[in-house]
Design a protein around this ligand. Structure first.
Ligand code: TXA
Ligand code: MG
Length: 329
């Protein structure tokens, strides 16, 4: 069911969830003050409670009302990159429930750039939590139609067109002066580094991230509805035999994510991406979804040498985790 912005705000006030467009991917929003609505997010997505939710705010002033520390790094990065695809992970205060943070002491905060998401935040006058609007472990949606299919039309949606960025925000942990990228996105480590150096703000990159600091990091994630294989090197004539073999060796589930295993692969389709990383990111999820509906049995992605750059890393991270197996020839 499609709804208007005003209807979406009314739903948020009534402890309901609503799918909303953002510039990265579509999100499934719930008021941060409604335990009932927050629980619905986990239920609808079939998401385990160990995976924390990102809280969306109207601006940095609102973000500061939810944190117990607001370091200069957060001030400067939010001023420069918000609204935009950057999530800052900072010490939370008592207004943020354990349901949102999976019991962690830090919360992920982001001010989205999509005009509809911002309009909701302004009208609602409260922050909302929003994970990507897809089933746990599967490909994120980048248009209203994807969300409708994902939840069989059971979730109200605002149609805000196709997401311009196409992959989820960069998640940055701020731990004192130590920073760590918990999830790569369009805003790169070098963008963050250049900004802070220009402002003469001291920081270092953390060299080890514990599982506890990034609980949402699974081996398999973003998976399409049919197997995807990552191929490195040439595509050899015995590829189909190798793919079938690999598929047989795989478990049917890892960390709560189901690995789709058709009994026999015969028809392969290749994922072709545009040569510019940002354009590839924009269409990636829509392509994976479109190809999942074709009559091929699996998708192959052939890694190319020119993708060995920082701009491609966020796209490659998605493809690595969305792949059932990796094959080197
Ligand atoms: O672009 C985006 O960030 C989208 C749109 C809707 O805003 N949202 C999104 O949410 O991608 P989700 O739930 O699909 O991914 C959130 C991820 C978690 O899996 C986790 O890796 C990280 O962000 N995260 C969130 N809160 C965190 C926290 N407190 N500590 C560490 N990591 C956190
Ligand atoms: Mg997600």
């Amino acid at each position: 069911m499609l709804v208007t912005t005003d209807q979406a705000v009314a739903l948020l006030r009534k402890n309901e969830i609503v799918a909303i467009p953002t510039e990265t991917v579509y999100g499934l929003a719930a008021s941060i003050t409604s335990e009932v609505a927050l629980k619905k997010i986990f239920e609808v997505k079939k998401r385990p409670f160990f995976d924390p939710l990102i809280v969306h705010v109207e601006n940095s002033k609102q973000a500061q009302t939810l944190t117990s520390e607001w370091p200069q790094i957060a001030e400067s990065l939010s001023e420069n990159f918000w609204p935009g695809p950057l999530t800052l992970v900072l010490k939370k205060n008592e207004l943020i429930s354990n349901l949102i943070t999976a019991g962690l002491e830090r919360v992920g905060l982001r001010c989205p750039q999509h005009p509809i998401a911002l309009e909701i935040l302004r009208k609602f006058k409260n922050p909302f939590a929003a994970p990507s609007a897809n089933l746990f472990g599967r490909t994120s949606p980048t248009c209203a139609h994807h969300v409708e299919v994902e939840f069989s039309g059971l979730v109200p949606i605002i149609d805000g067109g196709s997401s311009q960025i196409g992959i989820e925000s960069t998640v940055l942990l701020i731990d004192g002066n130590e920073l760590a990228i918990l999830r790569p996105g369009q805003i790169l480590a070098e963008d963050i580094q250049n900004h802070l150096r220009n402002k003469s703000i001291p920081f270092t990159w953390k060299n080890k991230i514990s599982k506890n600091e990034s609980p949402g990091h699974m081996k398999y994630h973003y998976m399409p509805a049919k197997p995807l294989f990552w191929i490195e090197g040439s595509i050899a004539s015995d590829l189909i035999i190798k793919l079938n073999q690999k598929l047989k060796e795989l478990p049917s589930e890892v960390e709560g994510v189901t690995i789709i295993k058709p009994s026999q692969l015969t028809q392969i389709e290749e994922l072709i991406l545009p040569p510019l990383a940002r354009e590839a990111a924009r269409i990636l999820y829509a392509e994976l979804r479109r190809m999942s509906e074709n009559n091929s049995d699996c998708i192959v992605f052939q890694y190319q040498e020119y993708m060995n750059s920082s701009e491609w890393e966020p796209v490659l991270e998605r493809l690595r985790k969305a792949s059932s197996a990796h094959i080197k020839n």
